[in-house]
Design a protein around this ligand. Sequence first.
Ligand code: ZN
Length: 97
Amino acid sequence: MMFTKKSHFKDTLKEYCVQEGFAITILWADKSRYTATCAAKCCEWRVHASKLPDGRTWVIKKLWPDFHTCQGFGNLQPYMQCEVGSSQTHGRHKGKP
Ligand SMILES: [Zn+2]
């Protein structure tokens, strides 16, 4: 996948996020590289793009995995789903007075 300029790449990425219903966290972004990951902690999805030697064209070097493991599609709180079962201790008090 190629883009004529960086803003084109960023716009496309943004549209994709809105369409699929998830947020991204930018890990690294400078003049020649751009790496972002899904904002959900439990999700492995990430994208890496970099600028070609021509100084204008941007290309997606890596986009993996193909799908999100965060189940954030259309969900307003993908984060909450991830945390369930990991560090919740509230259930402990249930049987006690
Ligand atoms: Zn995700």
